[in-house]
Design a protein around this ligand. Structure first.
Ligand code: CP
Length: 309
């Protein structure tokens, strides 16, 4: 089904059937996670290296745990105290890790396209854990897994993605994936944070959050990415929160059974009020659990090239 694909660089590259295959495998992996003894042999004798040039809690730890639960080895490069700090290039670092016989390299980098460059220079499978503003495919897969688990399917769902779309690799991967699986995606937020050309991806754009949220089955808030922003895109954090943040009143515009998702980490009181972070509709912690299952599926499927499906 994945046709011996070596790397997972983005959902742009996957067909609907390939996405469904990963989600279906993640369902079986979630069952493994629910057991007291989580150890399986899916990755026995295989090694996974996490190479993160940007900070992370969820993605890095969940890939490392996923590898261990599947019986593989996992190790992380702490970029700040590695030879990167001595000036080693990305390509040389990737080739060095590859030369150690690694089966998968999970990479996060601030530059869009860094994972593609790594993939061209490694025999190992390269898994994109977030490249600049481009894609974060495993985040979107875990978001879609969560939607499918709760709603029974993705086709026909109205999904509102709101906030800082311009700087969001999570938004781009979700748009690729959700539209391929037949969801109707609406985007809302300040128009300074929504690139006009994004409408070509088959989404509806609104300059307000409330218009995007009306009757949504799923509301996905996004983190304000101050580390990637130029100044002047919105006046102040307080005004952003007042006009574009999701609070209980705005969330009530969605369907009564709407799900609230956020990739984390949350800027509490900015894109989400503290009350909605903990409201019954919020699945933020369940997304984290599902992230481990999805990464187990991805590591398994992408490292078994040439082996029996
Ligand atoms: N959602 C996400 O990528 O979180 P981390 O930055 O903690 O990995």
């Amino acid at each position: 089904m994945l046709d011996g694909m070596k790397d997972l660089l983005g959902l742009r590259d996957l067909s609907a059937e390939q996405i469904e295959k990963i989600l279906e495998t993640a369902k079986a992996m979630k069952f493994v996670l629910s057991q007291k003894n989580k150890k399986t042999a899916h990755l026995l004798g295989k090694s996974v290296v996490t190479l993160f040039y940007e900070n992370s809690t969820r993605t890095r730890l969940s890939f490392e745990l996923a590898s261990k639960y599947l019986g593989g080895f996992s190790s992380g490069v702490s970029v700040g105290v590695s030879s990167v700090a001595k000036g080693e290039t990305l390509i040389d670092t990737v080739r060095t890790i590859d030369a150690m016989g690694t089966d998968a390299i999970v990479i996060r980098h601030s530059m869009s396209g860094a994972a593609h460059l790594a993939a061209k220079n490694a025999r190992a499978s390269v898994i994109n854990a977030g490249d600049g503003m481009n894609e974060h495919p495993t985040q979107a897969l875990l978001d879609m897994f969560t939607m499918k688990e709760k709603k029974g399917g993705i086709k026909g769902l109205k999904v509102a993605i709101v906030g800082d779309i311009a700087h969001s690799r999570v938004a781009r991967s979700n748009i690729w994936g959700l539209t391929k699986l037949g969801a109707k995606v609406s985007l809302g937020g300040p128009l300074t944070l929504i690139p006009p050309e994004i409408e070509c991806m088959g989404v509806k754009v609104y300059g307000s959050v409330h218009e995007a949220i009306i009757d949504a089955d799923v509301v996905m808030g996004l983190r304000i990415q101050t580390e990637r922003q130029k100044s002047g895109l919105f006046p102040t954090i307080g005004e952003y929160s007042r006009f574009f943040g999701i609070d209980e009143k705005r969330l009530s515009l969605a369907r009564p059974d709407a799900l609230l998702l956020h990739p984390g980490p949350v800027n509490r009181g900015v894109e989400l009020s503290s009350a909605v972070v903990r409201c019954p509709q919020s699945l933020i912690e369940e997304q984290v659990t599902n992230g481990v299952a999805v990464r187990m599926a991805v590591l398994y499927l992408f490292t078994k090239r040439g082996e029996e499906e």
